[in-house]
Design a protein around this ligand. Structure first.
Ligand code: ADP
Length: 513
């Protein structure tokens, strides 16, 4: 796109300030890439009290921000300002102690969603839009993410439809995970205060509740999810969590754009977490890292035994129950397993116990450990990720970049980003199972081990292919530019005009579309 756009990102999390999952990565990285492409991007986040306002170069903006909250009246928020690291992308934090001054982002220490999550995120959504007036910022695009900010497109189409700064803003909603939709008690309509006439099945109502994701899907000018595969899947009853019909309704404005990865952070040639660098041309460093991994995990240091790595939240979505069922069979083969993760307590006990019984074959670390994650990605031969569903997934991309061949279930982003081995041609970057069961997982691991032991030629070719794949964010960002263009056309018609002023020193080019 040759014209620069004013883009307002509104997200409930973004690296490096706050992250619980892939959404945090997208919201922290994509704005910077779009900025490099010449767009004028601003990001709004809640000011959770886990964000240290002293450390990250954060300043307070003078004066309170009025946020209308229906029957709760007008609430007054504070605003802090900073920038995304290594960029000039402004970040604004909405401060309201009653909603964000607590430990936890979405849930309490027991993993229970906060009882006031409805008001917390409706407030945040409204505050982010109110902020544009304070900043005199006229966005062309308002880009929101998941249910937490899905009320924004509804607000744009109601409160702000004649607003000086927001009337012509096109809205884009990115769905990172359809499982969480923001279903709340209908009384939330009185806080949203967009009018009860929006409480119907083609708006905010969903089986007697307010469903914020549904409202966002019906009101956004364009919608996307984080892979083409997942986009197709959530239009089916199996993956749509009750909103598959809604997605089918909006299929003409619905797209899939796969996430990128940080190619600097995950660079096998110079990864600060690793004692050795390596490349597709020279894999000797990878061999040394394999030995280092085996040693660190207390496994016999044997270069000829294949190591399968697992790094995961230990939850059902990741197919962890199926891994558990298949593991005794897998351990009967000549293999070593390295597992890093945390999640369901039963999984901690089960995998820990299994490792204790198979000390020479399996090693488990329960917890979150970034340096070890890098070593596992680099030092393993294979990476296991048989997710039940996977909107995009990152680990399968990291592992390919590190020449560690993924064994994945063919679902969502896993299916899109891994090429299944074709033994006839020798091409492929991983191994896929289609039907999720312990038997097919066992068979697919067996297939990978067969290639490891008997077809070194194919194995080397696969590693080379995997390491040369382009998973850069730049590629994804160019697709987001196209998505913004589609949203603008839907909002403003074919011959739309944009708001962003040309950068100083650059001539603007008028362009007809
Ligand atoms: P999801 O976001 O669904 O958990 P992804 O594969 O998209 O799954 O991303 C997971 C991210 O979290 C990856 O960067 C992965 O390396 C990291 N990760 C997950 N569990 C751990 C862990 N126990 N220790 C270190 N990193 C982890």
């Amino acid at each position: 796109m040759s014209q620069s756009l004013n883009i307002l990102f509104i997200s409930s999390e973004a690296v490096p300030f706050v992250k619980t999952g892939g959404l945090g990565d997208v919201a922290g990285v994509l704005p910077k890439i779009l900025r490099k492409m010449g767009h004028n991007v601003r990001l709004v986040l809640p000011r959770y009290y886990s964000i240290d306002i002293n450390k990250k170069n954060i300043h307070h903006l003078p004066g309170p921000l009025g946020v209308p909250m229906g029957i709760l009246g007008e609430l007054w928020a504070g605003v802090y300002e900073s920038t995304l690291p290594d960029s000039d992308v402004p970040v604004y934090f909405i401060d309201y102690e009653q909603y964000f001054g607590r430990a936890g982002i979405y849930t309490d220490e027991h993993g229970e969603g906060f009882k006031d999550n409805d008001n917390r995120f409706v407030f945040f959504s409204r505050a982010a839009l109110q902020l544009t007036k304070r900043l005199f910022f006229t966005p062309d695009i308002v880009h929101v993410h998941d249910w937490h900010t899905a009320a924004v497109p509804v607000m744009l189409n109601t409160f702000y439809q004649h607003d000086l700064h927001l009337a012509s803003a096109a809205s884009v909603l990115t769905i990172h995970n359809m499982q969480h939709q923001g279903n709340f008690y209908p009384g939330l309509m009185d806080v949203l205060s967009v009018g009860w006439h929006h409480y119907h099945p083609l708006g905010l109502e969903h089986y007697g509740q307010v469903n914020l994701m549904k409202g966002g899907i019906y009101h956004a000018n364009a919608i996307n999810t984080v892979s083409k595969g997942y986009a197709a899947e959530i239009m089916t009853a199996e993956y749509g969590y009750g909103l598959d019909g809604v997605m089918r309704d909006r299929c003409k404005s619905f797209f899939g754009i796969v996430n990128g990865i940080d190619m600097q952070e995950w660079n096998p040639e110079k990864d600060p977490y690793l004692s050795e660098g390596f490349s597709a041309k020279d894999l000797s460093g990878k061999e040394k890292l394999k030995a280092e991994l085996q040693k660190k995990m207390g496994l016999p240091v044997k270069p000829d035994i294949p190591v399968i790595g697992i790094i995961s939240r230990l939850v059902e979505q990741k197919g962890i129950d199926v891994i558990a069922e298949a593991m005794p069979g897998i351990l009967s083969m000549e293999v070593q397993i390295v597992l890093l993760g945390s999640g369901a307590p039963w999984a901690h006990f089960y995998f820990g116990g299994l490792a204790a019984h198979h000390r020479d074959k399996m090693s488990v670390v329960i917890g979150y450990n970034e340096p070890l994650a890098h070593l596992i990605e680099a030092g393993s031969d294979f990476f296991l990720m048989p997710s039940r569903f996977e909107p995009c997934g990152l680990n399968q991309m990291y592992s390919q970049r590190y020449g560690t061949l993924p064994i994945v279930r063919a679902t969502g982003g896993l299916n899109d980003t891994v090429d299944n081995l074709n033994e006839e041609t020798g091409h492929g970057t991983g191994f896929k199972l289609y039907y999720l069961s312990a038997k097919s997982l066992f068979d697919t691991v067996g297939w990978a081990l067969h290639i490891y032991y008997n077809r070194k030629d194919i194995l080397r070719n696969m590693i080379r292919e995997a390491m040369s794949r382009d998973f850069s964010w730049e590629r994804s960002a160019r697709k987001y530019e196209q998505l913004y263009r589609i949203a603008l056309k839907k909002k403003r018609g074919r011959h739309y005009r944009i708001s962003a002023l040309p950068e100083k020193g650059k001539k603007s080019r008028k362009k007809k579309t």
